[in-house]
Design a protein around this ligand. Sequence first.
Ligand code: HMG
Length: 384
Amino acid sequence: MSIGIDKIGFYVPKEYIDIVELAQARDVDPNKFTIGIGQDKQAVPEPYQDAVTMAASSADSILTAEDKKDLGLLIVGTESSVDESKSTAAFLMDLLELPEDIRSYEIKQACFGATAGLQAAYDFVSLNPDKKALVIASDIARYGIKTPGEVTQGAGSVAMIISQNPRILKLDHKSVYMTRNVGDFWRPTFSKTAFARGKYSNEVYVEFFETLWNKYQTKYDVTADDFSTMLFHIPYTKMGTKALRTVEKSVSADKYKKLTKHYQESIKFSREIGNLYTGSLYLGLLSYLINAAQENEKVLLFSYGSGAVGELYSAEIQPGFEKMIDKNLILDEMKSRQKLSIPDYEKIYQVEYKNGTMVDPSEVDTKFYLSAIKENERLYKKLK
Ligand code: HMG
């Protein structure tokens, strides 16, 4: 039985900052941010948006009544969860009007959560072939104003329906993974912003990729020539380039040129949005599918979540995949965003809703929003 991604949708906040303006405001050479880091824009969520509202939006863009009827599993991968007890998935039941006979939960392991969800969904569908699973990645990446990580922030969500006979991406069920206790990036429960040993995190990321790529080649007796594309977790777009460079020595110049060209297509959306944490790899997949993918291509996907877990797995792009993606809708969503000035972004950044907050719906411009915090409980609504 073939199993994989049957539908993929995304959500990006409606406002962004320009990375050159951020560099100027921080007194940094803009080339450092646009070339050295590789970013152009950064998504900025409104204070009434969070992992729940963004997850609802990305899922809402692909779910039909028939999908809802067939769902047996809902997993949200996030490290920006709003509650230490209740999962992001539970909040979505009302917002998305899902039937109750669904197993649902949240997975946290930094940027690895959605990949863990995808693999669990694969197992679920292989045992329940008539059912579908919904896997959502939703995060707000935050390091703090004037920190080295600020240029690598971002926000957004990617939703995927996993089913048998997938029409976008068939998973090969060939995968290698590893876990190591690493202090490269962490966010204690008291903090809204992450702490990172930035340069060390880059080194661990690259080392994990090299280790897993060697393991994958040995385990499945393949080389880079067996794949046309390598997709990476993209915390900022220079990061995947660093990992890809490690492949250069073992392939022909022509092959490396092609892999690099395909990588450039996969980072187009990330350059414009920033880090989605656990959704970043899948934003790269979506960017590649929309901008360059070909039917029957064999692709490798490298997932990395600080702390740290890595997984490298392979998949095959399905014939007719482009009919399953609303390219115009996605490109319009990207283009219709509004630019915020750096002082306005800093103002939004400082807003922190406390108990007793009531959000005025006339000031909301997203379909799903945080409407109030009462008795410390977050309440959500869908705009009529
Ligand atoms: P930094 O100290 O600002 O940067 O931190 P730098 O001084 O190393 O410079 C960055 C690059 O810009 C360098 O290039 C410079 O040479 C270049 P590289 O050597 O890396 O190729 N540069 C210039 N280029 C052109 N013109 C110039 C110029 N000046 C310098 N004038 C860092 C950068 C990424 C470390 C920081 O932003 C950070 O800490 N970010 C957060 C951590 C992170 O994203 N780590 C990535 C790996 S870990 C991961 O992916 C997991 C994660 O997503 C979390 C999760 O799993 O949940 C983060």
